[in-house]
Write a protein that binds this ligand. Structure first.
Ligand SMILES: Nc1ncnc2c1ncn2[C@@H]1O[C@H](COP(=O)(O)OP(=O)(O)O)[C@@H](O)[C@H]1O
Ligand SMILES: [Mg+2]
Length: 442
């Protein structure tokens, strides 16, 4: 069943329902017509029997000579005597009683209807009605009859019409159902064939959405929205990989140049040591870059684990200050901590990493005293420099973004992206204003 196309299944179900409806309706129609025809015939026979009874009671004249008009040329009547012999009858009738002996004795006791029988000596179906009547001092039985041909013909005509018309109507309705179902499903097929063509190299492609505003067009729109999201995600991924490769290339090129220069000609021990130191620091930068890229990749995967623990605010900030004390001192800068013994519930290592990035930036891009401040919900790092260039602030937390775009001078532009990622992993956010960077935590 599941391998049959939906449009065929729909049509089949529709046709089945229609067939049942047609059959039931046809049966009722036929039955109604038959009953109503039979009732009319019966009423006619009753009326005629009453007329003839009156006639027999009132006149001496027989039915043959009387002016009695049966009203219907094809209907006929007999009057039977006590012994069932024909006492009188309308013209054109044979000489045999219309009633069998059993019917005759039943009719003598009261009125009798015979819905279908055959007139003697003929195959014509007739309907009979008989009733006893007391006339001319005799106990007589009046029998009236009418042929069933007209009734049977009417019913036969209806039957033929139903048997021919209903299947035709059914066929027509099914065809219409098929056309409608196929039409409704055609957009689905168009979407399906487009989907098979969409690949990583054709991410901009969208599914054809029908102009109607029904379930199928909504499905198309929803799928297109999904394609747009996937396209954005993949493009983001691609530019991340491209930027990362670019960032890795510069320090690698430096490394290679350093090593080649050192090997160019015989060097003194002192010169070699200097070269190796430079190589070591370049390697450190590479290692840090790899670390940062890995962290951001895990953020994208959604697998950056946050291990919350209870941390004292002042201990946290003082720890950071101590870590940068020497470097700050060398540059003639001061680091100041403004914090109390409040407690935070955060991933200590991640938050330290974020704060380290901010102090690093303040040392590199800022001026004057560096201030570390906070309360249980926010952490702030500020300096006394000019702060972020106004146009740059909205992009500051993007990956690989730097206000001064000369690569190689500073970092790779990942520091603030990591700050934002850590804040978001804690259910918070990061923002800049002037030379103040605020991390909101939850
Ligand atoms: N304290 C600050 N004052 C002024 N500009 C800053 C400050 N901190 C960061 N910036 C700017 O923001 C940019 C992005 O910083 P970051 O994401 O840490 O990348 P990176 O340090 O690798 O350049 C920096 O290149 C710098 O232009
Ligand atoms: Mg930085």
């Amino acid at each position: 069943m599941t391998r049959v196309p939906i449009r065929l299944r729909l049509t089949a179900a529709f046709a089945l329902a229609m067939a049942v409806v047609f059959a039931v309706a046809g049966f009722f129609l036929y039955h109604r017509l038959a009953t109503s025809l039979d009732r009319t015939l019966a009423q006619g026979l009753h009326a005629r029997a009453a007329d003839i009874s009156l006639l027999v009671q009132q006149t001496e004249a027989g039915l043959r000579e009387s002016s009695f008009n049966p009203g219907n040329a094809s209907s006929f009547a007999q009057v039977l005597d006590t012994h069932g012999r024909i006492y009188d009858h309308t013209p054109g009738l044979g000489t045999r009683s219309l009633l069998t002996p059993a019917q005759f004795s039943a009719a003598r006791g009261g009125s009798l209807s015979v819905a279908r029988t055959h007139s003697a000596g003929s195959s014509e179906a007739i309907r009979l009605f008989a009733q006893p009547v007391h006339a001319q001092d005799k106990q007589l039985v009046v029998v009236v009859g009418t042929p069933l041909k007209t009734r049977d013909d009417a019913l036969a005509t209806l039957r033929t019409e139903l048997l021919v018309g209903a299947p035709l109507a059914l066929l027509l309705a099914s065809l219409l159902g098929y056309v409608v179902a196929a039409g409704a499903l055609r957009p689905v097929e168009r979407m399906r064939s487009r989907v098979t063509a969409i690949s990583a190299s054709r991410l901009g492609d969208r599914l054809p959405v029908p102009g109607s505003s029904d379930e199928i067009s909504r499905l198309g729109e929803t799928l297109n929205d999904m394609l747009a999201r996937i396209e954005t995600a993949i493009e983001r991924e691609r530019s991340f990989v491209a930027d990362a490769s670019h960032e890795l290339r510069t320090p690698l090129a430096h490394l290679k140049a350093e090593v080649e220069l050192a090997l160019e000609r015989p060097r003194s021990h002192r010169e070699l040591e200097l070269a190796l130191r430079s190589v070591a620091s370049e390697t450190d930068r590479l290692a840090q870059l790899a670390e940062d890229l890995l962290l951001l990749a895990r953020v994208d995967e959604g697998t950056l684990p946050i291990r919350r623990q209870d941390v004292r605010l002042d201990e946290l900030l003082n720890g950071i200050a101590r870590r940068f004390e020497r470097r700050a001192h060398e540059e003639g800068r001061a680091i100041e901590v403004v914090a109390n013994g409040a407690h935070l519930n955060v991933d200590r290592l991640r938050v330290e990493q974020a704060l380290g990035n901010l102090v690093e930036n303040a040392l590199r891009y800022g001026e004057g005293t560096i201030r570390l401040a906070g309360d249980p919900q926010t952490l702030r790092v500020s300096d006394e420099g000019p702060g972020f260039p106004p146009g740059f602030a909205p992009r500051a937390f993007e990956r690989f973004s730097r206000a001064d775009d000369s690569r190689g001078t500073g970092g790779a532009g990942l520091g603030l992206a990591i700050v934002a990622a850590v804040a978001e992993a804690h259910g918070g956010s990061a923002s800049v204003a002037g030379a103040v960077v605020t991390i909101r935590l939850r």
